[in-house]
Design a protein around this ligand. Structure first.
Ligand code: PLP
Length: 437
C-alpha cells in the first residue's frame, strides 16, 4: 500500500516512510491510496469472532501488503490486551467503553499499535534511534509514553506545561523512567506544541537526531482506532441490534471519528455518525455553513477536546471529496452538536441520577449527542466513552458530589516517583538540551 499526502505535493510514501516521518514533506497528512473493502460475508460473521480476530481482519486490510501475517498478528495481540465492552446506559443507547487499557483512555489503542509498528520497522531496517517528540495537555502524553515504554530503538520526550496538567495525568508519564523523558515546560500547551513544531523544522537538530511525532496525524496511530468500531458492531449484532447503528464520537482533533469513517468506507454498516464537540465547534460550523474557519481553542472541562484547528479535517475532506462536493457528502453521514460546560455538567448529573452511570466530561458530550439526535425506535445508539471518569476525578466529583474510586492501575502510577527535566519555553533551551543527548 502506498500513502499519498493530502496536500498532493509530496512523493508517495511506503507505510514505513509514512510511519517514521509522521507528516509528509509538504506538511500534508498521509492517506492510504486504497481502502480495501470487507465483503458482506465477512461483516456478518464478525459476531462469531473475538476482538483479536476482528482487529486482525481489519489490520490485514490496511497493513497486510506491508507486514507479514504473524508479525501483524503479534502487533495486534500486544496492542489489544484489553477489551472495549458495550455497556447499556439507557433504552437503545450503549456506552462503548474504550478506557480499559493501561492509561484508561482510548488513545492507548493507537499509542500501543504505533509503538510496536515503529519498533518493528526500526529492527527490520536497522534504523538508528528514533526520537518521538510529543506535546501534551494531559492524555496524549500518557498513552504515547506507556505505549512506547521499553520499546527498543525509540526514545520518547513528553513536553507538558508546568502546573497545567492534573497530578493524576502527570504521574502517568513522569514516573516511567527507561526510554521516557518528561520535560516540564515553563509555559502553556501551545508553547509545548510550538517547541515540537520548531524542532521538526530545525535542520541542525534533525541532522543530529531522527525525530518523529506521535499524535493522530500519524497513520499508525489513528487507523488502528477503527478496530473497535468493528468490535462494537459485532457486539450489537450478537444482541440483534445492528440494523440501524448511530455512533456518537466526542471529538477534538477528529482522529477518532476519522477512524470510524474509514470503517464505514470498508463496508461497516453504520447509518450515521455524530461529531460531538464542546465549545470548540469549528466542525459544527463547517457542517452548518460549508465554511471551515480554524481558530484558537478555548478551555473547557472536556479538555482533551479543546482543539480549534482539528488536524484530521483534511482527511475527512479527502474521504468525501470524490464528486467535488465534500460538504454535501459529509452532511449526509455526519451530524454535529456542541455543548457548553454547563450542559456537559447537567448531562453528567442527570445521567448519574437516572441511571447510575458515571460519564466523564468527554463521554458526556457523546451521550448527549445521541439523546439530541433523537433516535427513532429502530435505531441503536452507541457513544464512545473515551476516558475513565477517574482521570478527571476532581471535575467529576465536584459535579456529581461523589468520591469516585481510582482504579488500581491509576493508583500504581500515583505511587511512582516523579522524574522530569524543567525547561524554559524558549526554543534555544530545548534545542541545547536535545543537542547534548
Ligand atoms: C483525545 C481525546 C478526545 C478527542 O479525540 P480526537 O481523536 O482528538 O477527536 C476525546 N476524549 C478524550 C478523553 C481524549 O483523550
Amino acid at each position: 500500500m502506498k500513502y499519498y499526502s493530502t496536500n498532493l505535493r509530496a512523493p508517495l510514501a511506503s507505510l514505513e516512510e509514512a510511519v517514521v516521518k509522521g507528516l509528509a514533506d509538504d506538511k500534508g497528512l498521509y492517506m492510504p491510496q486504497h481502502i480495501n473493502k470487507l465483503d458482506g460475508n465477512t461483516i456478518s460473521r464478525l459476531k462469531d469472532k473475538s476482538f483479536h480476530e476482528i482487529a486482525y481482519i481489519v489490520a490485514r486490510a490496511f497493513f497486510g501488503d506491508d507486514i507479514e501475517a504473524d508479525t501483524l498478528m503479534a502487533i495486534v495481540t500486544e496492542t489489544l490486551s484489553f477489551d472495549t465492552p458495550l455497556v447499556p446506559v439507557k433504552d437503545n443507547m450503549y456506552s462503548l467503553e474504550l478506557f480499559h487499557g493501561p492509561t484508561l483512555a482510548f488513545k492507548d489503542v493507537g499509542g500501543r499499535f504505533m509503538a510496536r509498528l515503529l519498533g518493528y520497522f526500526i529492527k527490520k531496517e536497522g534504523l538508528s534511534q528514533v526520537n518521538v517528540l510529543v506535546a501534551t495537555s494531559g492524555d496524549t502524553g500518557s498513552a504515547v509514553a506507556n505505549g512506547f515504554l521499553g520499546v527498543p530503538g525509540i526514545h520518547v520526550y513528553v513536553l507538558y506545561p508546568k502546573g497545567k496538567v492534573s497530578p493524576i495525568q502527570e504521574c502517568q508519564f513522569t514516573t516511567l523512567g527507561q526510554n521516557i523523558t518528561a520535560l516540564e515546560i515553563d509555559g502553556t500547551f501551545d508553547d509545548c506544541q510550538a517547541l515540537v513544531k520548531t524542532a521538526f523544522m530545525d535542520k541542525e537538530l534533525n541532522n543530529h537526531m531522527r525525530l518523529t511525532s506521535a499524535n493522530s496525524i500519524n497513520v499508525a496511530r489513528f487507523l488502528p482506532q477503527s478496530f473497535y468500531y468493528f468490535n462494537a458492531y459485532a457486539q450489537l449484532d450478537r444482541l440483534d441490534k445492528a440494523n440501524e447503528v448511530v455512533i456518537s464520537v466526542p471529538s477534538g482533533n477528529f482522529g477518532n471519528i476519522t477512524a470510524g469513517l474509514f470503517a464505514y468506507w470498508m463496508g461497516l454498516p453504520i447509518k450515521r455518525f455524530i461529531a460531538a464537540n464542546n465549545r470548540n465547534d469549528v466542525f459544527l460550523e463547517y457542517l452548518n455553513t460549508g465554511i471551515y474557519t480554524p481558530r484558537p481553542s478555548v478551555a473547557t472541562i472536556a479538555n482533551a477536546m479543546d482543539v480549534g484547528a482539528p488536524s484530521n479535517f483534511a482527511r475527512i475532506l479527502d474521504l468525501f471529496g470524490e464528486n467535488g462536493n465534500p460538504h454535501k457528502a459529509i452532511c449526509q453521514i455526519i451530524s454535529g452538536y456542541r455543548y457548553t460546560d454547563e450542559q456537559i455538567a447537567s448531562t453528567m448529573r442527570k445521567t448519574y441520577e437516572e441511571t447510575g452511570y458515571v460519564l466523564d466530561p468527554h463521554g458526556a458530550c457523546g451521550f448527549q449527542g445521541l439523546v439530541d439526535y433523537l433516535l427513532s425506535p429502530n435505531e441503536t445508539g452507541v457513544f464512545l466513552e473515551t476516558a475513565h471518569p477517574a482521570k478527571f476525578k476532581s471535575v467529576v466529583d465536584r459535579i456529581l458530589s461523589t468520591d469516585i474510586e481510582i482504579p488500581d492501575k491509576l493508583k500504581a502510577f500515583m505511587r511512582g516517583e516523579k522524574q522530569s527535566v524543567a525547561l524554559k519555553k524558549d526554543f534555544d533551551s530545548f534545542k541545547t538540551f536535545l543537542m547534548e543527548r
